[in-house]
Design a protein around this ligand. Structure first.
Ligand code: ADP
Ligand code: TRP
Length: 321
């Protein structure tokens, strides 16, 4: 099965990205034909500086490779090294009803966050559809906030196929409900845009500072606490065993435990989980040539697949040979 996903180089990756999407990407590479890319064209929609986009692209590549992406098995590239997607995005644009894009919530959300309402941001789901459809992807592992974009991709593909014939493969989203929305330290969805993240590769000190900042209610040590609404417990759930989690839930309802105690344990488990990957990342960072080569090889493999679909689509619409 062809599995495909993209990650924007729009900031340091955080544990919401990891548990919501990257961990599934890494698991799925073993048994599937995995295609993962760094979505730099998409990141441009939020107008980063040229330096930032360059740096974050390298960072995302290092993060994936350190966490276990296997470039022998998985095709891994930078989106802009396969410019065929931009042409497909245009061809798809011409069968995409305006109403479909107007209904997309991410555009409104991003404008509400202060990103200038540019055309790229509005047309973003069409480029995402091109990313997915150009590789005949079957499964797209993402976090819950991307569900609508995969639905839009299917709508666009269906519309294209109904006009030009069965050319595009309809993809399905793969969303793990248990980790669909990882909360940030302020209780909102963890996001690079909200300054509420815990970075995958934060130092011990940074992680500690952030864990201690997690917002809790104002109940006193002796008071019983509600495990179902606590942000600390929602994060602990990601790294603790089921047995341990059950014990913490009991402690919550019994009272007599302060939030500081559970935060301390959360920090311990986060450090245990992520610190082994740091050494690998540091090693990779000393060899920029290697990372560059991985992305270059990936782009070659990706282009070979993309150009076949693009040729079919060009022919179907009447502009190809
Ligand atoms: P951000 O909101 O930090 O900018 P992105 O929109 O770049 O993150 O998301 C990259 C991937 O990580 C997507 O598949 C997205 O669904 C997933 N993701 C991001 N934040 C979370 C979160 N808090 N919980 C679960 N998944 C998330
Ligand atoms: N829009 C995705 C995000 O913000 C990134 C992305 C771009 C993507 N193209 C994709 C994800 C194709 C899955 C498939 O996270």
């Amino acid at each position: 099965m062809r599995v495909l996903s993209g990650m924007q180089p729009s900031g340091k990756l955080h544990i919401g990205n990891f548990f919501g999407a990257m961990r599934q990407h890494l698991h799925l590479q073993a048994e599937n034909d995995a295609f993962y890319f760094i979505a730099d064209y998409h990141a441009l929609t939020s107008n980063p500086s040229a330096e930032d986009i360059k740096q974050y692209t390298i960072d995302v590549a290092l993060d994936y490779l350190a966490l276990g992406l296997d470039p022998e098995k998985t095709v891994f590239w930078k989106q802009s090294d396969v410019p065929e997607v931009v042409e497909l995005a245009w061809l798809l644009s011409c069968v995409t009803p305006m109403g479909l894009l107007q209904r997309c919530t991410s555009y409104k959300d991003k404008v509400a966050q202060g990103i200038s309402p540019n055309h790229g941001l509005f047309a973003y789901p069409v480029l995402q559809a091109a990313d997915i459809l150009i590789f005949d992807s079957n499964l797209v592992p993402v976090g819950a906030d991307q569900k609508q974009h995969i639905e839009v991709t299917r709508d666009i593909a269906q519309r294209f196929n109904s006009i030009y014939g069965e050319i595009l493969v309809l993809p399905t989203e793969h969303i793990l409900e248990s980790v669909a929305v990882v909360p940030g330290v302020d209780g909102r969805k963890m996001s690079k845009s909200y300054d509420n993240t815990i970075g995958i590769f934060d130092t011990d000190k940074e992680m500690k500072k952030k864990v201690m900042r997690i917002v809790t209610d104002s109940s006193g040590v002796d008071d019983p606490k509600d495990p179902s609404t606590c942000n600390v417990l929602a994060l602990l759930k990601l790294v603790a065993s089921d047995d341990e989690l059950a014990e913490w839930k009991e402690k919550y309802t019994a009272g007599g435990m302060g939030y500081g105690t559970v935060k301390k344990r959360l920090l311990e488990l986060l450090l245990e989980y992520f610190s082994p990957y740091r050494q690998k990342r540091d090693e990779l960072a000393t060899d920029p040539g290697y990372v560059e080569q991985v992305l270059k090889d990936g782009a070659e493999r990706a282009r070979a697949v993309a150009s076949v679909t693009l040729d079919k689509v060009r022919k179907a619409v009447g502009i190809g040979k």
